[in-house]
Write a protein that binds this ligand. Structure first.
Ligand SMILES: Cc1cc2nc3c(=O)[nH]c(=O)nc-3n(C[C@H](O)[C@H](O)[C@H](O)COP(=O)(O)OP(=O)(O)OC[C@H]3O[C@@H](n4cnc5c(N)ncnc54)[C@H](O)[C@@H]3O)c2cc1C
Length: 389
């Protein structure tokens, strides 16, 4: 067991810390208020090879593993970016990168991977109105007509529709069979924009650095050769995307929680209202932040372990990811909440940048997977308890 960073990982951590510090609270406040994609950060991450670092070298990427991407993600978050890069880090390296590099054909790799190194974004469309936590309930249909599929259906809460070059669509290529619920689902890659696809963005509490839409698909034509992985048997490919998504989101959550603590401590060390002692000297404020730190550091170990297991191709990755994702979302929301409390009224005001961290982090108890579903998985598959639903 090895817990120290390699020299390359230290350089990566420092580089991403520097990139993160180039974008201040004012920048993120404007992104939040304008519901705008952080293009300037995206350009920098492309220029420094971060968005392409996990793409195989033969396609122009850095050829690193998911653990390195998690280290970069956490460092960006901790150094000012918060959750702000997550749309980019999931939309490129995960929804496009891991899907294609692990399950794409040679032709698909040649077609898609170089673009991801240059910052192409992908939307990943799993969720549907009647298939939220239950992906086996997916009703979007892809019907084969000659050498093309014709796709019709509705997707819900799909991020990155504005600006994504491709959409990875999870659809039924054969009818639902109650005896084999996960059979008949396929992943199809379509180009965007498409006249048969309409995306209607929602207004939302946080995560405004990326759009999130209801998506209506009516007769989208996708060549059969754009099916990724095994047609009708999608489970392995799906989890090779869902697990890194959860790991990267969790790594960002850990970094964001640590950022919230740092901001709160800096504020409270300066704030004096009962004489010369700063408010940070009160144990009532110290203990919750210290507790948040404990929870975040322990979550981080599990998240890194999950990333390492993914890189090893280990089946243990799934449970480590579930535990790490739950721990990171729990710890980071608690950290941001306590940071607001530590700062009093200032913590509630937008200009101090902590309420935004809380709003952005609050999502992580719901997406990419809800904390209830994470606990279901742990109870059933780790503890050996009966399935409750
Ligand atoms: C901002 C945002 C961005 C998103 N981006 C994307 C995206 O890019 N692509 C994509 O495909 N999806 C995306 N999602 C969707 C997200 O993955 C889903 O919201 C999430 O999986 C939960 O599904 P749901 O919202 O339909 O809730 P539901 O599944 O309807 O759940 C409702 C509640 O019931 C609970 N629940 C459900 N089943 C059980 C059970 N068996 N036991 C106990 N409790 C249960 C849930 O935990 C939850 O609290 C996004 C969501 C949001 C909010």
């Amino acid at each position: 067991m090895e817990f120290s960073y390699t020299e390359e990982q230290k350089l990566l951590r420092d580089l991403t810390a520097k990139i993160g510090n180039d974008f201040d609270d004012e920048y993120w406040q404007a992104i939040d208020e304008e519901h705008r994609h952080p293009q300037e950060l995206s350009d920098k991450l492309v220029a420094q090879g971060i968005l392409g670092m996990a793409i195989p070298e033969e396609y122009g990427g850095g050829g690193t593993g998911l653990l390195d991407l998690a280290i970069a993600t956490e460092s960006l978050a901790k150094n000012g970016v918060g959750m702000g890069a997550i749309g980019l880090l999931v939309g490129g390296p995960v929804f496009g990168g891991y899907l294609i590099s692990r399950h794409g054909s040679k032709e698909q790799k040649e077609k898609y991977l170089p673009g991801l190194v240059n910052g192409d974004m992908w939307a990943g469309a799993f969720t549907e109105p009647d298939a939220g936590s239950n992906v086996t309930n997916i009703k979007t249909r892809a019907e084969l007509k000659g050498d093309h599929y014709i796709v019709t259906g509705q997707k819900m809460f799909i991020s990155h529709m504005d600006g994504a070059k491709y959409i990875a669509l999870y659809a039924r290529t054969s009818p639902f069979d109650p005896a084999h619920k996960t059979q008949g689902l396929s992943i199809l890659v379509g180009g965007l924009p498409d006249p048969h696809v309409e995306a209607r963005p929602f207004k939302k509490l946080g995560a405004r650095f990326v759009d999130t839409c209801a998506v209506f698909i009516d007769g989208m034509k996708i060549p059969r050769e754009n099916v990724v992985g095994e047609e009708g048997n999608v489970l392995k490919a799906m989890f090779d995307v869902l697990n890194p998504e959860r790991i990267i989101v969790a790594a960002a959550a850990v970094g964001t929680g640590l950022l919230a603590i740092r901001k709160a401590v800096e504020f409270a060390n300066e704030r004096k209202i009962w004489g010369e002692r700063p408010v940070s000297s009160y144990q009532g404020l110290q203990f919750p932040l210290a507790e948040a730190k404990v929870l975040l550091e322990t979550a981080k170990l599990k998240v890194y372990e999950a990333a390492w297991l993914y890189d090893q191709g280990s089946p243990k990755c799934a449970m480590a990811t579930t535990i790490g994702k739950y721990a990171a979302s729990h710890a980071s929301i608690f950290a941001a909440d306590r940071a607001i409390q530590t700062m009093g009224g200032s913590g509630y005001m937008c200009e101090y940048g902590v309420e935004r961290l809380w709003r952005d982090l609050r999502l992580n108890a719901i997406a990419p997977v809800t904390n209830e579903m994470a606990l279901n998985t742990i109870a059933q598959y780790d503890l050996g308890m009966p399935r409750s639903y």
